[in-house]
Design a protein around this ligand. Structure first.
Ligand code: FES
Ligand code: FES
Length: 160
């Protein structure tokens, strides 16, 4: 059995320390230990994007990351957007306005991937948006509206 470690990182704007097995998956740490259930798990093996999070601003898959890899990093989960800014982000807002969610299971991951894109490429082309969410599967097939929502968010003055 692996001994626990004290792992320090920034989570949604706050410095935190968690006492965790170093090989615990980040998705389990979030959902089971920290109660942050906005991040979803579907495939559990890196194929669907449902478990996407931001690590130092980049989109990462929390089902493929281990707790020990968080040491010294900055993680933002879907909960972090409203916590930090006390409002929905533009991407979240456009998903609502344009009805870009059906069951909503893929939505947190889609929003994370879209946000990662808009932070580095504020005015992406349609094909760049498509590329950015190519690792995010939507079993409801809501892709058209998802693309429309991300494109609409990119046209806002305040991007995120
Ligand atoms: S649950 Fe992580 S990629 Fe599918
Ligand atoms: S809205 Fe249902 S999986 Fe995308």
């Amino acid at each position: 059995m692996t001994s626990n470690l004290l792992i320090s990182f920034k989570l949604n704007g706050n410095e935190v320390q968690v006492d965790s097995a170093p090989d615990r998956r980040v998705i389990d740490l979030l959902r089971e230990d920290l109660g942050l259930t906005g991040t979803k798990e579907s495939c559990g093996r890196g194929d669907c994007g449902a478990c996407s999070i931001l690590i130092d601003g980049d989109q990462r898959l929390s089902c493929l990351m281990l707790a020990v890899q968080l040491e010294g990093r900055e993680m933002i989960t879907i909960e972090g957007f409203s916590l930090q800014e006390d409002r929905l982000s533009n991407v979240q807002q456009k998903f609502i306005e344009l009805g870009a969610a059906q069951c909503g299971f893929c939505t947190p991951g889609m929003v994370i991937s879209a946000t990662a894109l808009l932070r580095v490429n504020p005015e992406p082309s349609r094909s760049e948006v498509r590329q950015a969410i190519s690792g995010n599967l939507c079993r409801c097939g809501a892709y058209q509206k998802i693309l429309d929502a991300i494109e609409a968010a990119s046209k806002e003055k305040t991007k995120l």
